[in-house]
Design a protein around this ligand. Structure first.
Ligand code: GLN
Length: 296
């Protein structure tokens, strides 16, 4: 069989992925070619007209086939970029989503406020349901004054979070805690900030979830009982108990859940409650603060 050039193989892969209904087939074909050849983006351009050794061509075809059958790109590559950082992901962790970057941006703003208010204090945060650790690690990397807890109920997820924390050299400021959101083993009034992207999809919405997500991502990270609100409510209750006065709670939630989450935060005694929209214009993150004087 004549050997094909890398450009030709990538064009065939893009056509195959397009026919399989894959999102962004050309980008996918390129990312998989990087994985199969070990070349970076520049290397791929420079090697485009070279013939590909049969072994590499076979490996590339296997990766493309997996993607065409619906396996997420992040699982095939074992990694996903989030907030400009590279994260290892496995089928045991939710794949970091671009809309979650809004939660990180808002948390960083709240951390800046806390640093200004408490210039000499030791500051600590918790990322609840950390999964790959993407939120907590992005915070730790960008705010070196802070220490953090990464909590998850799944030991397999915490292993991935630990790997990511070491990769980003912030593991010494982070502690991994295996815990249920309903019963966190933390002292009261101990945190300056709590952040979470909890499971928030209602079981009744299963029909709206992409097949690829349902087939390959952990359902425990996606679905929450009580119309998708149980974990969000647990977070509001935990915030009242575990935040210090003046501490912030930030939650990601579904685009229809804004009014419910604002109510949960107000019922828990938080103030300055507001919701921000994501780039698609959907209500996506709600935040609130435990009042400085009393707990209202
Ligand atoms: N915190 C992780 C993320 O945002 C995992 C969230 C989850 O498992 N629901 O990707």
């Amino acid at each position: 069989m004549p050997r094909e050039t890398l450009d030709a193989l990538m064009a065939q892969a893009a056509t195959l992925l397009h026919r399989a209904g894959t999102d962004s087939p050309r980008l996918c074909a390129r990312a998989l070619a990087e994985a199969a050849t070990g070349l970076d983006r520049v290397g791929l351009v420079l090697a485009g007209t070279r013939e590909v050794p049969p072994e590499t061509a076979r490996h590339y075809a296997e990766l493309v086939q997996r993607r065409a059958q619906g396996e997420p790109l992040a699982h095939i590559l074992g990694r996903r970029e989030f907030f400009g950082l590279d994260f290892a992901v496995t089928p045991q962790t939710l794949i970091p989503r671009p809309e979650t970057e809004l939660l990180v941006e808002l948390a960083l703003e709240c951390m800046t406020l806390q640093e200004a208010r408490l210039p000499h204090a030791a500051l600590s945060f918790a990322d609840w349901g950390t999964g790959s650790g993407c939120i907590g690690i992005a915070l730790a990397v960008n705010r070196p004054r802070w220490k953090g807890l990464l909590l998850d109920i799944a030991p397999a997820a915490l292993q991935v979070a630990g790997r990511n924390a070491r990769h980003h050299a912030c593991h010494e400021r982070l502690a991994l805690v295996c815990a249920d959101m309903a019963r966190p083993p933390l002292p009261p009034a101990s945190l300056d900030l709590m952040v979470s992207n909890p499971p928030y999809i209602a079981d009744s919405e299963v029909g709206d979830v992409m097949t690829e997500v349902l087939r390959f991502e952990p359902h425990g990270a996606l679905f929450s009982p009580e119309n998708g609100l149980r974990h969000l409510q647990q977070m509001a209750v935990a915030a009242r108990r575990h935040l210090k006065a003046g501490g912030w709670l930030l939650l990601e939630h579904g685009w229809k859940q804004g009014p419910h989450v604002r109510r949960l935060l107000l019922d828990a005694g938080l103030d300055s409650v507001s919701t921000r929209r994501d780039l698609a214009g959907h209500e996506r993150c709600t935040l609130g603060r435990l009042p400085l004087c009393g707990t209202g």
